[in-house]
Design a protein around this ligand. Structure first.
Ligand SMILES: [Zn+2]
Ligand SMILES: [Zn+2]
Length: 174
């Protein structure tokens, strides 16, 4: 049955059976009313760089939300909370870093609107991988002129690392 057929015949919300259907679930195609529709919190997955397409929809039916989205949202929030605590060392870092281990993988983000977002996205990648720091962090800004309107585009790279957080405080890092 095509979408328009489903809507013109006797359509009802998959959860409450009202006929005032306003949405279709992008994952299972169930019809949903505005009261039963589930939306991920605003800005969910913003700092995550590899968000799969099925998590990028603005609304879902209740069962798809529970099965596909809810866990991912809470994992995202946990990882983001850790990312905000990540120690950031720039290429200009002179003091010795109390390093435990370092990842060989170069983390990169591109085409960001500002510096803080660029750094937090790198930090998010590090937390996702189980690290508590980013080192050799290099953030660049390029001015882009577009039909007379100039704006900045940020990119950054870093390596994920594990550092002794307690030592850092003693060493006078923040
Ligand atoms: Zn409903
Ligand atoms: Zn669904």
């Amino acid at each position: 049955m095509s979408q328009s057929d489903a809507r013109s015949s006797d359509v009802s919300c998959v959860s409450c059976r009202t006929s005032k259907v306003q949405f279709e679930c992008p994952l299972c195609e169930a019809d949903i009313c505005s009261k039963c529709v589930m939306r991920p919190p605003q800005g969910s997955f913003f700092y995550r760089s590899d968000t799969p397409a099925e998590l990028k929809h603005p609304h879902y039916c209740q069962s798809c939300f529970a099965e596909e989205v809810e866990t991912a949202v809470s994992q995202y929030e946990e990882t983001l909370a850790l990312a905000k605590e990540v120690f950031v060392f720039f290429t200009t870092q002179k003091k010795e870093i109390p390093l435990v281990r370092k990842s060989k993988e170069l983390l990169m983000v591109q085409e960001q609107e500002d510096r803080d977002v660029t750094i937090l996205k790198l930090a998010y990648m590090a937390s996702e991988r189980g690290f508590n720091a980013i080192i050799s962090t290099d953030v660049q800004c390029v001015k882009v002129r577009n039909e007379g309107y100039q704006h900045s585009v940020w990119s950054g790279k870093a390596y994920a690392a594990e550092v002794k957080g307690d030592r850092l405080e003693r060493y006078g890092f923040e």
